[in-house]
Write a protein that binds this ligand. Structure first.
Ligand code: ZN
Length: 173
């Protein structure tokens, strides 16, 4: 699939025209997301329908794809499936946001055009866990804290004044 999706869109005009955006977005175009990826190759499948729900311009669709995150335990590659439904209501004021039909998340729009990769990126980022990690025990060793703890306590009980003694000796020299 080619990378034919536009960079900037006017979501309100798209909604009035009932535009349908469908395509492949390269991960290279998603800089903030790429920052937390183990592997920046590949892309996401984007399928967004713009229309009006009553008077409110909305975006409804799905972002799908396979990405590789960095496991926060072992820092290795962590295969991740993106499957993020999109349900956005475009608003210009807080009052409009409060009146949105259930299930629609508000998106503040102005006269300026909207970055499509930015929108996709935001949707994917909020769907990811704060600390992605392998489900299995991926570390080869126990966390350092568990090993170090008893050792430190033992040393202290053996000779609680060893630190003071060292300091005293240094001071004498
Ligand atoms: Zn891991």
């Amino acid at each position: 699939m080619s990378d034919q999706l536009p960079e900037l869109i006017d979501p309100v005009v798209f909604a009035e025209r009932q535009s349908h955006l469908q395509g492949h977005l390269s991960l290279q175009r998603l800089e903030r997301l790429a920052d937390i990826l183990f592997d920046k190759d590949g892309g996401l499948k984007v399928d967004l329908q713009f229309y009006k729900e009553g008077k409110v311009p909305v975006i409804v669709g799905l972002i799908e794809g396979h990405i590789t995150l960095i496991c926060q335990s072992c820092l290795g590659a962590l295969a991740w499936t993106v499957d993020k439904p999109v349900k956005i209501g475009m608003v210009q004021t807080i009052e409009q946001a409060d009146r949105l039909v259930d299930g629609f998340e508000p998106l503040m729009v102005s006269d300026q055009k909207l970055s499509l990769p930015g929108l996709v990126e935001d949707e994917v980022l909020i769907s990811l866990p704060d600390f992605p990690r392998h489900e299995h025990k991926c570390l080869q060793y126990e966390p350092a804290l568990k090993i170090a703890e008893p050792k430190t306590i033992k040393q202290e009980s053996d000779n609680p004044f060893s630190v003071l003694a060292t300091l005293k000796n240094t001071g004498d020299q």
